[in-house]
Structure formats: structure tokens, C-alpha cells
Design a binder for this molecule. Structure first.
Ligand SMILES: [Zn+2]
Length: 309
């Protein structure tokens, strides 16, 4: 038996088929927008079902969504391009064509759980996971228990901590949230503002994060300045979270965490300088596969639907 795990994000849908927590095959589908994302997911999974792996048929599935998901598995609000998926029984809809039970959760919470059970968060007592992607998500696992239930907000809105009240508008209606300052969707604004203060750069107006990192690594001053600004805000966000919950481990994941090899030492230094005292600084790590955290978490939730430990 296998499980299917899917992570519908603002830029792509990550899909994997797993045997336990071992990935058998995986794919990334480009973002199409709500309904079309579901159609593309169904087409891919049906093609996989027509070509089953030796591990056997699909027995359960998990779906991660980029919005607030309540205790019943329904996404109640979202601030991006998948608004058509709000207030829908997606566990029932996907389970209908897939023919298996489906678990649904917030993507950042799923990523945190994935890192706790199979990634860089293993063994942590208080684990904070930050998902640095199109937006910024967060999650907490304390003593092996994910902070969840209730209306669904618990632990997941760390990207909307307000760092600069007079700052740029955020998707949530406030200004200067961490997400509005240092996320994938904020990147074009950061590039435009920094460009005014730097010599001509080869970076285009909407370069994408990989291109910014490439520029920074190869000495482009604009690339360096943009990456430096993002790292600075990430450090403030992490230090604020440390002041409130005191995690012993912080794991970074999501597409923007792919820059980690180039910024992790700098980020550690900045966090250590901002926390109450050096001993309060968390063990800062990066997910081994920044694209797989949420699918791993949802695969584990799917396993539990089957009564697996
Ligand atoms: Zn916000």
C-alpha cells in the first residue's frame, strides 16, 4: 500500500507517492489557480494509478493547502490565488475520485510535521518551522504534539507578525508583516526599491528568487542587497518567535530556503545578536529537501488515517 501526498502552493503543487515515509515518485506541477490545480492533480494521480508501483495501490492521501484550515479539514480563509478552494470539503471531493480517505491540513503545519517526523526537526523539544515561499508560514510542534485544532490559526500565522507598521501593504490588510517584507511575492518590490540605490544590475525587474541568489553569489551588488534585506527580516522574525515560544530548534523550508547554503551562517549570527541572550538562540537548520516538507507531513497524516503508527 502507498499514500499520495500533495501540497498546493502559490507557485506550484508538489505531489508525491510514498511507501511509509519513503518517496517512490514525485512531481511538481506549475500553479494554475484553484480549480485547475485540482484538475492537474487528478490527472497526474490517475496516470500514476494506471502505472502502479511494486509497493501496491494507493490506500490513503493527504492534501496541504496554503490557508487557514480548521479542525474539520476545511480551508476557511486564504490570501492568495486559490480562493476558489475556500469552504469546500476537499477531503470528500478528492477522496471521491481517488476512492481512499484523505487528510487535509495547512501547508506550513504539514511542513513542520514533516520535518519533525522525517527531516531536520527530528528530536526537537519545541520545534518552530518557517516556510519561506510565495508567502511565509509557520508551525509549532511541542513535545511531539503539533499546535493545531480550534479555528485553525494556531501556530500558522507567523508570517503575519507585524515588523514595520508603516511598511508595505500585506495581503492580510495590515502593513509591514514579515511576509510583506521578505517573501516570494514581496520580492519584485524589494528589487525595485533597492535598484534605486545601486549601480546598473543585470537582474530583471521580476527576477525570481533563484536569480537573486545567483546574482548575490556572483557579486551583483543588487542581488547582494536584496538577499541581505530578506535575511535581515527573517532574523527579526525568528528572534521575535524565540522571545514568545523559545524553540530549541528552528527549521527553514520552502523555496526561498533553497538559498540557505549562502545565508545560514549570516542568519545565525543575526539571530544570536537579536535574542535575549546567546543561550536563547535556537539550533537553526534547513530542511534536507525544501520542496518535500509538507508532502512528508501529509503522508504521515495519511498513514494515520489507516491506523499506522
Ligand atoms: Zn500580513
Amino acid at each position: 500500500m502507498t499514500v499520495i501526498a500533495a501540497d498546493i502552493g502559490g507557485s506550484s503543487t508538489k505531489v508525491a507517492e510514498l511507501d511509509g515515509l519513503r518517496v517512490l515518485r514525485a512531481s511538481r506541477l506549475p500553479h494554475r489557480g484553484g480549480e485547475a490545480d485540482l484538475d492537474a492533480l487528478e490527472a497526474l494521480v490517475r496516470s500514476w494509478q494506471d502505472d502502479p508501483t511494486p509497493a501496491g495501490p494507493v490506500a490513503a492521501a493527504g492534501l496541504a493547502l496554503p490557508g487557514v484550515v480548521d479542525a474539520t479539514g476545511v480551508m476557511r480563509s486564504v490570501h492568495d490565488k486559490v480562493g476558489s478552494l475556500v469552504d469546500r470539503d476537499l477531503a470528500g471531493e478528492v477522496g471521491g475520485w481517488l476512492g481512499v480517505p484523505v487528510a487535509v491540513d495547512n501547508d506550513a503545519r504539514a511542513a513542520g510535521w514533516g520535518e519533525y517526523v522525517a527531516g531536520a526537526g527530528q528530536g526537537a523539544e519545541v520545534l518552530l518551522t518557517l516556510t519561506l515561499g510565495t508567502g511565509v508560514g509557520s508551525s509549532l510542534v511541542v513535545g511531539g504534539v503539533a499546535l493545531r485544532d480550534g479555528p485553525g490559526h494556531r501556530g500558522v500565522l507567523g508570517g503575519h507578525q507585524q515588523l514595520l507598521p508603516e511598511g508595505p501593504a500585506c495581503t492580510c490588510g495590515r502593513h509591514g508583516c514579515l511576509e510583506a517584507l521578505a517573501s516570494g511575492w514581496a520580492l519584485p518590490r524589494v528589487v525595485a526599491e533597492r535598484r534605486e540605490h545601486h549601480p546598473p544590475s543585470s537582474l530583471p525587474d521580476d527576477p525570481g528568487f533563484a536569480r537573486v541568489v545567483e546574482g548575490a553569489v556572483t557579486g551583483d551588488p543588487l542581488g547582494r542587497a536584496v538577499l541581505d534585506e530578506l535575511v535581515g527580516w527573517w532574523a527579526v522574525g525568528i528572534a521575535n518567535a524565540c522571545a514568545v515560544v523559545g524553540p530549541d530548534r528552528v527549521v527553514l523550508t520552502g523555496g526561498l530556503a533553497s538559498a540557505a547554503p549562502h545565508v545560514l551562517d549570516d542568519l545565525r549570527r543575526r539571530v544570536e545578536a537579536l535574542v535575549w541572550e546567546p543561550s536563547a538562540a535556537p539550533d537553526l537548520r534547513v530542511a534536507p529537501d525544501v520542496w518535500a516538507s509538507a508532502t512528508l507531513g501529509m503522508a504521515d497524516h495519511a498513514r494515520h488515517l489507516l491506523g499506522k503508527d
